[in-house]
Design a protein around this ligand. Structure first.
Ligand SMILES: C[S@@+](CC[C@H](N)C(=O)[O-])C[C@H]1O[C@@H](n2cnc3c(N)ncnc32)[C@H](O)[C@@H]1O
Length: 225
């Protein structure tokens, strides 16, 4: 794969173009069941996230998860590189009367100045960035989430032998580009400089139109230093 190809999905225009052309097969049209399975598992994992807690969502898209988190009483900062996606989120937040609980931000997650929050909600952003950016993701996530706070959500996890067979980890039907696979070991390793793994296991509520067995929920606690 050429360097130019690798950089394609590391540019704003790539994602804006996907939204402008309605080329967004990842959109569920509803909140992720696995993400909210992870959110509901937080108390049992010893990291309760009370109502009113602040949550950042990187790569929020048009905001199904942001709206559901706001409905559940969280204060949400929702970031996406695509202004088209953020405009969609704003419209939907107004239509569902949760706009006062959501701060939409059109920008690059790796450049938006971090504010301290209690949690980061992950859903199909980790798999959308180039795998070479995963260390930067952990670094940036740690700049947002307060020590003792939590990173929770869902991840696409493959058996190591299946992941190794993928060119550049790409699971795309196009043969290259996002989404990119992880293994259990690689997710834990990539986040470990700043987050301790509390739970990482297959979801009980996979989306019916997604790859069977690959949707896993994760809970990671922000280390104190
Ligand atoms: C696979 S989509 C997932 C969207 C949303 N989480 C969902 O499940 O519907 C990945 C999203 O990440 C956004 N994105 C990609 N790179 C980004 C970056 N560096 N900063 C912020 N958003 C980014 C894209 O615009 C896109 O909306």
């Amino acid at each position: 794969m050429s360097r130019e190809k690798i950089q394609e999905w590391a540019q704003q225009g790539y994602w804006q173009g996907r939204f402008e052309h309605s080329d967004t097969p990842w959109e569920l049209g509803h909140a992720s069941s696995a993400l909210f399975e992870a959110q509901e598992a937080l108390s049992a994992a010893g990291i309760p996230l009370p109502h009113g807690s602040s949550v950042v969502i990187p790569g929020c898209g048009t905001g199904s998860d942001a709206i559901e988190l706001a409905r559940r009483g969280f204060r949400v900062t929702a970031i996406d590189w695509s202004p088209h996606a953020i405009a969609g989120l704003r419209d939907r937040a107004i239509a569902t009367s949760v706009e006062s609980e959501i701060t939409p931000v059109a920008g690059n997650f790796f450049e938006v100045p971090p504010r301290t929050v209690d949690a980061l909600a992950e859903h199909t952003f980790f798999c959308a960035i180039d795998p070479s950016m995963r260390g930067a993701y952990a670094e940036r996530a740690a700049q947002w989430v307060r020590p003792g706070g939590v990173l929770f959500g869902n991840f696409f996890v493959l058996e190591p032998s299946r992941a190794a067979a993928l060119p550049e980890l790409s699971m795309s039907d196009r043969g290259s580009g996002p989404p990119f696979a992880s293994t259990r070991e690689s997710v834990v390793r990539d986040l470990s400089p700043h987050f301790e793994c509390v739970l990482l296991q297959p979801t009980r509520f996979p989306e019916s139109d997604r790859r069977p067995g690959m949707e896993w929920i994760g809970i990671f606690r922000r280390k104190s230093s």
